[in-house]
Design a protein around this ligand. Structure first.
Ligand SMILES: C[S@@+](CC[C@H](N)C(=O)[O-])C[C@H]1O[C@@H](n2cnc3c(N)ncnc32)[C@H](O)[C@@H]1O
Length: 288
């Protein structure tokens, strides 16, 4: 990297860096600001106070190291080790999916559908994003969370500990429902892997840094959702609700599949207008 950054003010360094980031990022200025704030160890909103300050050599070296990682398309959240979700600060690393804004809609639905003191299960918790956001906003509910990845569970437990305090969520290492004891839940939520492996190479470079087992599912992306629906009936209370995040291409398959397992289904669109959240309810047999 050239010496263009040396002996310059913070605002100038951000301008140079954002110019370089234009080729790989849709938000180059924001990225440069986040990296600079991280190098300085300050909140991004405080950068304005230091705009005309010169950067010391140690900070500049750190900033350049962070910038070169971002220029290779590594996601900002992994570089700074943190992502905000539902206004909560979550630690993230390369063992967990970076929580997405559209998943906040799933949390809204869970909070809405959970009765007082409901039991809630989050399958494939990753960083713990969904389970922690639910428990934070609905402390009356009893929340369980599972993941097939032990490394992801370590991150989720860390986040739950720092945000909620210890032992407030019951974490289990489990392949879907395998390690769940015999019991029923009022709400089962999941943002499972749902990307078709055939399109993996076409995905933007940033996504290749995220764990494949958090993204890809067999059967054109439908495989894990399908197993989840097939098995969920044994773990769902009679008036219970299953809320699953889906890929927009899976909406019609899910609508055909759900009634085969005695579920009614409604699908909510996300803020981009794409089918994103599938809500399942048991169909009740009416006896006259
Ligand atoms: C799309 S990520 C979602 C992570 C987090 N819930 C979120 O919304 O940010 C899917 C998660 O499911 C986990 N997973 C994949 N297959 C699983 C399985 N068979 N059983 C349990 N968890 C699984 C992955 O390890 C990953 O953490």
């Amino acid at each position: 990297m050239s010496d263009v950054f040396y002996n310059n003010s913070i605002i100038q360094i951000i301008a140079f860096a954002s110019k370089r980031l234009e080729s790989i990022s849709a938000t180059p200025v924001l990225d440069a600001e986040i990296l600079m704030a991280h190098a300085l160890g300050i909140d991004r909103h405080k950068l304005v106070l230091y705009h005309n300050t010169l950067v010391d050599k140690k900070t500049l070296t750190k900033f350049k190291r962070l910038l070169s990682r971002r220029l290779k398309s590594e996601p900002i959240a992994y570089i700074v080790g943190y992502k905000e979700f539902y206004s909560l600060p979550l630690k993230v690393n390369r063992h967990v999916l970076i929580p997405r804004p559209e998943t906040e809609l799933l949390v809204d639905c869970a909070i809405y559908h959970a009765r007082q003191r409901a039991t809630i299960l989050d399958i494939g918790t990753g960083s713990g994003a969904i389970a922690i956001a639910i428990k934070y906003n609905r402390p009356d509910c009893s929340v369980w969370a599972t993941d097939i990845s032990k490394d992801a569970l370590k991150v989720a437990k860390h986040n739950a500990g720092t945000i909620l305090g210890k032992h407030l969520i019951k974490f289990l290492h489990s392949n879907l429902f395998e390690s769940i004891p015999t019991m029923t839940f009022d709400v089962i939520v999941s943002n499972p892997p749902y990307i078709n492996p055939n399109i993996y190479t076409q995905l933007q470079k940033d996504i290749h840094y995220e764990p494949k087992e958090a993204l890809l599912a067999p059967d054109n992306g439908f495989g894990i959702i399908k197993s989840l629906i097939e098995k969920a009936n044994n773990y769902l209370s009679d008036n219970g609700t299953i809320i699953i995040e889906i890929g927009e291409d899976l909406s019609s398959r899910i609508q055909i599949f759900a009634p085969l397992f005695n579920f009614s289904i409604s699908i909510l669109k996300d803020y981009s207008g794409l089918p994103r959240i599938a809500i399942f309810k048991k169909i009740k047999n009416i006896t006259i």
